[in-house]
Design a protein around this ligand. Structure first.
Ligand code: ZN
Length: 283
């Protein structure tokens, strides 16, 4: 675990303190250099490996150790932004899975946790009143980071960003805007509206789409799509493929756009739902 985390996140931030798991009656809690550990050396979450997508690892050791980077080293200024601790830490569980297995297994691990997301309340809470946002900050936070990875679509750059965040902000306090600014600079993209939709609203983006006959004489299919979002000007790209064909990237906006395809049934159009955390709405 430590080898994986140090590879992806940089050196353990507290070697001066050391690293310890301290057995406690409580299940688990991050404390700098002395993690409260009560998983009783069972696999998964207190013996439940359904929670870890069938993986046998000790969830409490992996998750609470992830907090040494996210929470104990990089800390949020206001607990309204607690997703910086829990979202990145939950995402680090998948880093461990990717390090031991491969990207596909890690993406599956992240998507396995969709069932725990409520999408009823925003992840970011109200600022300045000591109030956390929704518990979705864990699983949805991780699904959001996975979505950004697929938007960036360059794993080398993605891992430089993750490593960079934990090292450039080592032992410091940050807020959501610091994370957005950092990612905008490193990617050259404008990610503000994507962060806003996923973190400041309960709803995830809905991709409305339809596939219709182009016109009476023409046998082609007109494939149309648009985003339905709370944020105006939402600009997340998307990938689709017809049946098992090649992935094609499109740039949906809040306005309808169309492309002409060879005769295609709407049911044969597949979207990258493992790479992007979205809802689909076939019109
Ligand atoms: Zn946590």
């Amino acid at each position: 675990m430590m080898k994986c985390f140090e590879e992806y996140l940089g050196p353990y931030p507290f070697w001066n303190d050391g690293y310890a798991l301290v057995e406690t009656p409580y299940l688990g809690m991050e404390h700098q250099g002395a993690i409260a550990y009560g998983n009783e050396y069972k696999p998964g979450y207190a013996g439940n490996t359904n929670y870890t997508g069938g993986h046998e690892f000790d969830y409490i050791i992996i998750h609470e150790t992830g907090h040494e980077w996210w929470g104990n080293s990089v800390s949020c200024k206001d607990i309204a932004d607690l997703w910086i601790h829990e979202g990145f830490c939950t995402y680090s569980e998948s880093i461990y899975v990717e390090c031991l297995n491969d990207k596909e297994t890690a993406v599956d691990y992240i998507n396995h946790n969709k069932k725990y997301v409520g999408n009823k309340k925003a992840i970011i809470g109200p600022y300045g009143v000591n109030e956390e946002g929704s518990g979705d900050m864990y699983q949805k936070g991780s699904l959001f980071l996975n979505t950004l990875r697929h938007m960036v679509n360059n794993d080398k750059l993605w891992w430089q960003i993750i490593y960079g965040l934990s090292n450039d902000f080592k032992h410091s306090v940050v807020d959501t805007q610091d994370i957005i600014d950092y990612m905008n600079t490193k990617t050259g993209l404008k990610l503000d509206k994507i962060f806003d939709q996923y973190l400041r609203y309960p709803n995830i983006p809905v991709l409305e789409y339809k596939a219709e006959k182009a016109d009476k004489k023409d046998k082609h299919t007109m494939f149309s799509y648009r985003w339905k979002t709370d944020v105006e000007g939402f600009n997340l790209p998307m990938r689709y493929r017809v049946a098992e064909g090649e992935w094609v990237t499109i740039q949906p906006t809040n306005e309808w756009q169309s492309v002409k395809l060879k005769k295609t049934k709407a049911s044969d159009i597949n979207f990258d739902e493992n790479g992007f955390y979205i809802k689909l709405d076939k019109q």
